[in-house]
Design a protein around this ligand. Structure first.
Ligand code: ADP
Ligand code: MG
Length: 345
């Protein structure tokens, strides 16, 4: 299969007054046509730098970026401009033109490329319909909600008929309900328009919701990639485990803070497993199925009469409904479950 974006041994060094800083340290990554590809990592990991290299908004220091079969380093300025128009981009803070109304925002990438005004307006009207804002053409960004602003930004990003849409933390400033509706729209754009989507996020929930594949970036390195299902059920790297299983305190997001709050006054359970049952796939499958975080407070294995016996203590989220679902799931998977009272050392 041919990749629509193929990155090999990509490096990026920033020269700063404190010396050189290596933001990307040899990244290899392939995005296939039709993917909704997640790039996840903590703040400062290098995600934005990486996607800015996909359209040469950032020039790599080393390595290759091949988009739709073209090595970007070999393109003339004019060819690069054309190639860029085939990659739309949206951001956390929408980047709309505040002095222009919605219609003119969407027309902007077309009129600046010499498309006739009447033609641009026709295309913009279609796109506003696609994103569900046909009645807002004359509104100004300040009059819109965050979700509506992001819809305008999506319509604008699609104006030039791109084959790829890069979304850099596009839902990070939105509440969960608005996030869900924007993710739904992105899914529809992927399916109905056949646009490949690359989603940068620090939220595992976003990856779980829409991506088919995911790459985990940590300190400028790609530490793990694969199908979302595989990474969730069989995480190989410490970073992936941390992102999936309760390592949320490492993530600096309102979402993570909320989860930490929820886990604070937590209900604890002990699960016991025996010789051949490994708990890890069960726990990560459970998290994926139920979509609720748990906190692993203790895990150890003892040898009892020559056979390995293990126990694990989990902190559960505060929602009683989620607790019940977690306990039912574990019991259904033949683990002994009991409630723990008091502190766990
Ligand atoms: N233009 C720049 N000059 C110097 N350092 C930069 C520049 N852009 C990004 N960096 C640094 O590179 C690292 C990765 O940044 P970024 O790609 O924005 O991370 P992320 O998007 O994962 O939060 C950070 O430590 C950041 O400070
Ligand atoms: Mg970023």
């Amino acid at each position: 299969m041919s990749s629509i974006v193929s990155v090999s041994n990509l490096t990026k060094v920033f020269s700063t007054k404190d010396g050189d800083f290596e933001a990307l340290k040899g990244i290899d990554l392939d995005v296939e046509e039709g993917d909704i590809y997640g790039i996840i990592g903590m703040s400062g990991a290098g995600k934005s730098t990486l996607v800015r290299c996909f359209n040469f908004l950032e020039r790599p220091t080393g390595g290759h970026v091949v988009v739709e079969g073209r090595d970007l380093a070999e393109l003339s300025d004019k060819e690069l401009r054309e190639q860029r128009s085939r990659i739309g981009m949206i951001f956390q803070n929408f980047n709309l033109l505040m002095q222009k109304n919605v219609m003119d925002n969407v027309c902007f990438p077309l009129t600046t490329r010499g498309v006739k005004k009447s033609e641009a307006r026709k295309r913009a009207k279609e796109l506003l319909k696609t994103v569900g804002l046909e009645d807002k053409a004359k509104s100004y960004p300040a009059q819109l909600s965050g979700g509506q602003k992001q819809r305008v930004a999506i319509a604008r990003a699609l104006a030039t008929n791109p084959r790829i849409l890069l979304c850099d933390e596009a839902t990070s400033a939105l509440d969960p309900q608005t996030t869900a509706s924007i993710l739904e729209l992105l899914k529809r754009i992927n399916k109905e328009m056949g646009i490949t989507i690359i989603v940068i996020t620090h939220q595992m929930s976003v990856v779980r919701e829409i991506c088919n594949r995911v790459a985990i970036i940590e300190s400028g390195r790609l530490v793990e990639n694969g199908t979302v299902e595989r990474v969730f059920t069989h995480p190989k790297s410490r970073a992936a485990r941390k992102l999936i299983i309760g390592g949320v305190e490492e993530l600096d997001s309102p979402d993570a803070n909320r989860i930490i709050e929820e886990l604070h006054e937590e209900k604890k359970i002990r699960i016991v497993f025996s010789e051949n049952s490994s708990y890890e796939p069960v726990i990560s499958n459970m998290i994926m199925t139920i979509g609720s975080p748990v906190n692993i407070l203790r895990a150890d294995t003892k040898s009892v009469n020559g056979t390995a016996k293990g126990e694990m203590i989990l902190g559960l989220p505060s929602s009683v409904e989620a607790q019940d679902r977690i306990i039912d799931y574990l019991k259904e998977h033949n683990l002994e479950v009991e409630e723990v009272t008091g502190d766990v050392e």
